[in-house]
Ligand binder design. Sequence first.
Ligand code: O2Y
Ligand code: MN
Length: 581
Amino acid sequence: MATPLEQWVEETAQHTRPKNIHWCDGSEAEYNKMIADMLASGTMLELNQKAYPNCYLHRSDPSDVARTEHLTFVCTSAKEDAGPNNNWMTPADAKEKVGKLFAGAMQGRTMYVVPYIMGPVTSPFSQLGVEITDSPYVAASMRIMTRMGKAALDRLGASGNFVKGLHSLGDLSPERRFIIHFPEERLIWSVGSGYGGNALLGKKCFALRLGSFMAREEGWLAEHCLILGIEEPSGRTTYIAAAFPSACGKTNLAMLIPPESQKGYKVFTVGDDIAWMHIGADGRLWAINPEAGFFGVAPGTNYKTNPNVMETIKRNSIFTNVALTPDGLPWWEGLDGDPPANAIDWQGKPWTPQSGTKGAHPNSRFTTPASQCPSISPHWEDPNGVPISAILFGGRRAKLVPLVYQSFNWQHGVFLGATMASETTAAATSAVGVVRRDPMAMLPFCGYNMGDYFGHWLAMGKRIKQAPLIFRTNWFRQSQEGKFLWPGFGENLRVLRWVIGRVHQEAGAVETPIGYVPRPQDIDTNGIAVSPTMLQELLAVDREGWIEASHGQREFLDKFGDRMPREIWQENEALEQRLKR
Ligand code: O2Y
Ligand code: MN
């Protein structure tokens, strides 16, 4: 008898009519064949194999260069279950509307059946998915980003317990582009895009949107968090999960290199984007990285911002929408050294620094194996994950938010996450410096009503015996003159050291209306150009500004109506009271 997977593949083939079907085994030979076919068809270009062995360049359609939130839907039976944070259609309407776009969509193309595991192969916290796609670029990228092929099929066996993801490039028209989630059926449909978060369905669609929905049902957390471990000179290692909105330097922080002045410290990368966290038998929160690769943004990446990723991407990587130098090297704005005198831009057109356009698209990316990262943690594939002692909620705020502060307790920490906001950057949107609410950096990725999501966080807090401490961070606070007050990059370790100090009850703080803020003497500024006045500005709590912010927070919380837990409202009221005192 056919397995549930075989049945689904057969039904899908009947509907989409591919030329042939290829079941991916995840082998190197298979990967090489997919790459060879793409080189032959022009879907992929070979980079300089001496400098970048086994690295290739892909150019996506110019209309298809980023996630498309307005075309992304969460189709729960009841609208309120998707919440005001998601676009919604009834599942039946979505199936009717988008099902038509899949009819015959794979004609003349190969249909790849891509079984994959999100998480370490033997971890009890890992989950299985199968993506059916007509894009060899997607199939090849999934081999980098997930544990793909035989290992997944072996783990699945004849079970029907897997997330189904159906993807077709369709005609790549933005009018016929949809990314649809059916969380109640563990099903994802994506059509009309071949790019990133829209098409690599294990990442945002499964690991976050469906993941968060499953996590609520099953009592765990699926979060938009990097995971890192810090080893102190004493040999003690403390693990931190950190949620930052897109384009706030998560990959760079995950791979932080301690500066010269912080001798004896080591930072280990467990993950750069997503954390799945479960309560362990010891009552602590344990995190795995469900991914096997990094899908990092290229512009701004260089040996100053992230030396570890620069080393990682030198081999076995796929670059998308970067520029190409005459020597066959990938290039992007912000890469080390001078720009090339001439190059081919991300759209395949001749380019020079005088062209007045970008050589690489601002959202150009690399897909690269995590195992190649010099800072990868020895525990990154530990089936049990790593124990999390602190959770950071970070954003980009020129004013108001101190460099770092700690919540009073778990409930207050959930409130800090729920009221998080960040300023937009040029990479994310054309409007720069606009403050956008992004609770827990999950607004675009929460697969259900965010009011219920905060409720789930509160319920988790009651079950975790040794809950991680919760902090808010802001590396981006500016002086009155508009200058960054904090040097950032590797120096962020000084802030993380305070966090670790709080975890182990070794660091001091002062109680303020917004939370525990470090005293100036609690942050090590030796050897960096942060004067006492600057540090004071970095840590200042502007009561008037916070009172105003609490009103803005009310407006936001109100959007979720009676789905917003009363505890979150109580925290906002308590904040207002403390500020007025
Ligand atoms: O634009 C895309 O499709 C990719 S967005 C992305 C990629 C890697 C990690 N995070 C993100 C994000 O938007 O948070
Ligand atoms: Mn992300």
